[in-house]
Design a protein around this ligand. Structure first.
Ligand code: GLN
Length: 559
C-alpha cells in the first residue's frame, strides 16, 4: 500500500541509527533531531528504540542502571529516549516504539511453547532476527507514518547487539535500496596534546559494522572541534561514503539546538536523497526557533530545589529537568535546579539546606530511604509560603506531612514505608493487593482526572477534564479525605470513575500542589506541561517579591 506525503506517493521508509566507538554519544538526540527536521518538512515521522538487554522492559531497572523510566500513554514502561522523541516531535509513542531483547525472546519462546514452530529447531537466525524484523516494521505497516526511524541501543561490536544488526542487514537486503538509510553515529576525539582530531576510532567502528554486512550511508561525527573539509574527506575516503554523507555534530549548549545544527549540515537532505524523495517543503521551524530564543536569552532566573534520592545521575529525573527547560522558556526565565539529597535534610538544617530557593519540587520515588527528609522539606515550604510542587511520591509526602503536623495524626504514613501504621493516609490500591509480580504491574499510563472548579488546579489547566500518565502502586486513602478537607487540604482533582485522588492543594498558600500522576511525561517543546509553567511562574513571583523586600530593607537601612 502507498500513501501520500506532499504530492508524491511512496511506501514507508526506514532510517536506522546505529552507534559506534562509545556509548552516550546521544543517538537518541540525533535520531530525534533528524525526525524533527523531516517532520518540519511535512513528513509524518515516528521513532522507535530497540534495546539489546534482557529485561522485558526497563520498568524493573533501578534509575542508576538506566536513568528514568519513561511511561507512554498506553502504559508501557520504556527507555528515556522515548521521552526525547515525544518532546521533540510532540507526538505520542507507545509500547510498539520500544522493544528489548527480552521482549523478542519472550515472544519467540511463547510461540515455541505453543508449538508454532512445528518441530523446527528455534534459532537466533532466523527466528530471533525474524521477530526483530517484524517488530521493526510493525509501526511502518500501520501506514500512519511516511518515515520510521529506528534507534539501535548499544554500541556496534557489543555481543548482544549482533542479532539487531543482523536484522538491519537483512532488511537492507530485502527492502528496495531507496527505502532504507543507515546512519552511524561515532566520536571523533580531539587530542589536546597533539591539537588534532582523530578519525581512527571511526574508521574501526565503520569497519566493524561493515564486517557484519551493514554499510552505513551516513556517518554522523560527534566532535568538540569543527571537522573541516580535510577531516570530512578523510572519513569519507576511509569509510567509503560520499563526503556530503559525513555530518559534523558539534557539542551543543542545549540538546534543542541539535536539529538546527543537523539542518545546517543537511543531514535531512542527504537522507531524503538516499530515500529518493524529491518533493518536500522548506522546514517549518518557527515555533522551535522561538522557543530556542527564549531559552537562550532569559530575562531573569529562578532557583528550584529538586528533592530526591537519585541525584548523582541526572538521567534519573530527565523528564522533570526537561519540563523545567520548557516551562522556563515559556516564562522567559532560566531555571536553575539545585539538587538536594533528602537523606540529609533534618528539622535543624532545613532552613539552611533550602536557603535561596524560589520553589521546591519533591520528586517521585520508591522505598523508604530519604523519606523523613522529604517530609521536613514539605513542612518548610508549607509554613514559609515557598511554592511547592509534589509529583507522585512527592504528593504522597505532602499528604503525610499534613496528616502529621496539621491533622495531628502523629504516626501517619504510607504503607509502602510502614506496613503497621495506624494512620495509613497513603495505602496500597485495592487492585494492587493481589499482585505478586513486579514487572509492568503498577497503575500505568493515561487515566482521566476531573478537576474541581475555582481551584488552583483549575486555574492551571483551565479545564475540567484532563488526562495524565501514571506510575505508582499507592494512593491517597479516601477514608481520610473529609478530615483533610476540613483541615484545609483539598482534593482538587479525582479520577471520575474510581474517585482516586489525583491532585491535592492548599488554597491558603501562594502555590502548593501535589499530583499523583506524572505531568513531566507530557511536557513537550511545543506544549509545555501547564503545572510546570505555573509552578515556574509562581517561583518567579516569589523571587520578585523576595527581591523587592530585600531592596526595600536595604533602602530603609540607608535612610
Ligand atoms: N512509591 C510510590 C508508589 O508506588 C510513588 C511512585 C512514584 O513516585 N512514581 O505509589
Amino acid at each position: 500500500m502507498c500513501k501520500q506525503a506532499g504530492q508524491i506517493f511512496f511506501m514507508t521508509k526506514y532510517i536506522f541509527v546505529t552507534g559506534g566507538v562509545t556509548s552516550s554519544l546521544g543517538k537518541g538526540i540525533i535520531a530525534a533531531s533528524l525526525a524533527k527536521l523531516l517532520q518540519a518538512r511535512g513528513f509524518k515521522v515516528t521513532i522507535q528504540k530497540f534495546d539489546p538487554y534482557i529485561n522485558v522492559d526497563p520498568g524493573t531497572l533501578n534509575p542508576y542502571e538506566h536513568g528514568e523510566c519513561f511511561v507512554t500513554e498506553d502504559g508501557a514502561e520504556t527507555d528515556l529516549d522515548l521521552g526525547h522523541y515525544e518532546r521533540f516531535l510532540n507526538i505520542f509513542t507507545s509500547q510498539a516504539n520500544n522493544v528489548t531483547t527480552g521482549r523478542i525472546y519472550q515472544t519467540v519462546i511463547n510461540k515455541e511453547r505453543a508449538g508454532e514452530f512445528l518441530g523446527k529447531t528455534v534459532q537466533v537466525v532466523p527466528h530471533i532476527t525474524d521477530e526483530i524484523k517484524r517488530r521493526m516494521q510493525l509501526i511502518g505497516k500501520t501506514n500512519e507514518y511516511d518515515i520510521v526511524i529506528t534507534e539501535l541501543g548499544g554500541t556496534v561490536g557489543d555481543i548482544e547487539s549482533l542479532p539487531f544488526i543482523e536484522a538491519v542487514r537483512q532488511l537492507q537486503w530485502e527492502l528496495p535500496d531507496e527505502d532504507v538509510v543507515v546512519v552511524h553515529l561515532t566520536l571523533i576525539p580531539f587530542l589536546k596534546a597533539a591539537k588534532e582530531l582523530k578519525t581512527k576510532p571511526t574508521q574501526h567502528s565503520v569497519k566493524m559494522l561493515s564486517e557484519t554486512g551493514v554499510h552505513p550511508d551516513v556517518i554522523v561525527c560527534r566532535t568538540e572541534e569543527p571537522l573541516g573539509n580535510d577531516i570530512k574527506k578523510k572519513i569519507a575516503l576511509f569509510c567509503n561514503v560520499k563526503q556530503e554523507a559525513v555530518i559534523e555534530a558539534m557539542d551543543a549548549s542545549t540538546i534543542y539546538e541539535v536539529p538546527l545544527l543537523m539542518l545546517r549540515e543537511k543531514l535531512d537532505l542527504f537522507c531524503l536523497k538516499k530515500l529518493n524523495i524529491k518533493e518536500f517543503n522548506e522546514p517549518k521551524l518557527d515555533k522551535w526557533k522561538a522557543f530556542l530564543d527564549k531559552l537562550k536569552y532569559p530575562k531573569a532566573k529562578v532557583t528550584i530545589g529538586l528533592i530526591g534520592k537519585y541525584l548523582e545521575l541526572q538521567d534519573a529525573y530527565k523528564s522533570i529537568l526537561e519540563s523545567f527547560i520548557h516551562a522556563g522558556a515559556m516564562n522567559e526565565v532560566k531555571v536553575q535546579v539545585i539538587n538536594i539529597h533528602s537523606e540529609f535534610i533534618t528539622d535543624d538544617n532545613v532552613g539552611e539546606k533550602l536557603e535561596g530557593l524560589d520553589g521546591l519540587l519533591v520528586a517521585p520515588g520508591f522505598g523508604s530511604r530519604g523519606i523523613e527528609g522529604k517530609i521536613v522539606a514539605v513542612k518548610f515550604a508549607r509554613e514559609q509560603g515557598l511554592p511547592f510542587f509534589g509529583i507522585c511520591l512527592g504528593m504522597q509526602m505532602a499528604v503525610i506531612e499534613y496528616a502529621r503536623n496539621v491533622l495531628g495524626l502523629q504516626n501517619a504514613h504510607s504503607t509502602e514505608m510502614d506496613t503497621n501504621t495506624t494512620n495509613p493516609v497513603i495505602n496500597l490500591m485495592e487492585e494492587q493487593k493481589k499482585i505478586k509480580m513486579m514487572g509492568g504491574t503498577m497503575r500505568l499510563g493515561a487515566y482521566p482526572c476531573e478537576i474541581k472548579e475555582n481551584t488552583l488546579a483549575h486555574k492551571i489547566y483551565n479545564k475540567v477534564q484532563i488526562s495524565e500518565r501514571h506510575r505508582h502502586r499507592y494512593e491517597f486513602n479516601n477514608d481520610y479525605l473529609e478530615a483533610f478537607e476540613n483541615a484545609g487540604m483539598i482534593a482538587s482533582g479525582k479520577n471520575p470513575e474510581t474517585s482516586l485522588v489525583e491532585i491535592v492543594e492548599l488554597p491558603n498558600h501562594p502555590f502548593f500542589i501535589g499530583v499523583q500522576y506524572h505531568p513531566e511525561l507530557k511536557s513537550t517543546v511545543e506544549e509545555p506541561a501547564p503545572l510546570f509553567v505555573h509552578f515556574i511562574a509562581a517561583a518567579k513571583k516569589y523571587n520578585e517579591t523576595k527581591s523587592a523586600l530585600i531592596s526595600s530593607l536595604l533602602q530603609r537601612e540607608k535612610e
